[in-house]
Design a protein around this ligand. Structure first.
Ligand SMILES: NC(=O)c1ccc[n+]([C@@H]2O[C@H](COP(=O)([O-])OP(=O)(O)OC[C@H]3O[C@@H](n4cnc5c(N)ncnc54)[C@H](OP(=O)(O)O)[C@@H]3O)[C@@H](O)[C@H]2O)c1
Length: 199
């Protein structure tokens, strides 16, 4: 399964680090183009390569980690996703004001899903601070917990398998309507909880 990453900031690069540590390849993209990613790619070579947004979005699974107000522009003009998996790592709030976005009573993942027509959306990697995604998920002796949710069972299985392969303990929270609400930040009860599963 090929992996793309849109957004090379705190969360996008933390996810890239987690992949590279586990020798998993991916293409990462930002708004400024592949040339601006030379340093990140050099650090994570040979697993993480820089590409354009168009190149990264051709992958089987694409994680999007872009500030909320910039997501529409980041995903504009792309072809139908054709059933591929898009991981929504985003939260509807951003620096510097940290004022929650107006969602008109909807979940952020529902709003996000409309921006990726034809995609199977899985909400994941949005509830932990970047250093906890980038760092060793077994650092406390167990496995750090990552929640995920989505409406397509197969897409969730694929994301859950990747989460386990990265060394985290994945917990399936159910559908986007249920799990997306639990991990929504701000508002949900689960964001920022750094849990570790001991078996
Ligand atoms: N930071 C956290 O603690 C945290 C935790 C959980 C979830 N999140 C969520 O994760 C998402 C990303 O947050 P972040 O902290 O990683 O943000 P960030 O450090 O500011 O990075 C944002 C990234 O988005 C890229 N980007 C912006 N506009 C783009 C466009 N039109 N096309 C392609 N790429 C574009 C930027 O590329 P350029 O620099 O080239 O413009 C940059 O690489 C947000 O939705 C946030 O709510 C953040």
């Amino acid at each position: 399964m090929s992996i793309g990453i849109i957004g090379s900031g705190q969360i996008g690069s933390a996810f890239a680090q987690a992949l590279a540590r586990n020798r998993i390849k991916a293409i990462v993209a930002n708004s400024r183009g592949p040339g601006s990613l030379a340093s990140l790619v050099a650090d994570l070579s040979p697993y993480i390569a820089a590409g354009t947004v168009e190149e990264a979005t051709q992958a089987d699974m694409v994680l999007v980690a872009v500030p909320w107000s910039k997501i529409p522009a980041a995903l504009a003009g792309l072809p139908d996703w054709g059933g591929r998996i898009v991981v929504d790592a985003n939260n509807p709030i951003e620096a510097p004001l940290f004022k929650p976005a107006e969602l008109h009573g909807r979940l952020s993942s529902e709003v996000f899903a409309e921006l990726v027509p034809g995609a199977k959306v899985v909400k994941a990697f949005n509830h932990l601070q970047p250093h906890l995604i980038a760092g060793d998920p077994r650092a406390e002796g167990g496995n750090r917990v990552l929640f995920y949710s989505g409406d397509d069972p197969q897409a969730k299985r694929e994301v859950g398998a990747l989460i386990e392969r990265l060394g985290f303990a994945g917990i399936d929270l159910g559908t986007l309507a249920v799990g997306g609400k639990l991990v929504q930040f701000p508002g949900g009860p689960l964001p920022s909880l750094n849990l570790v599963r001991f078996n």
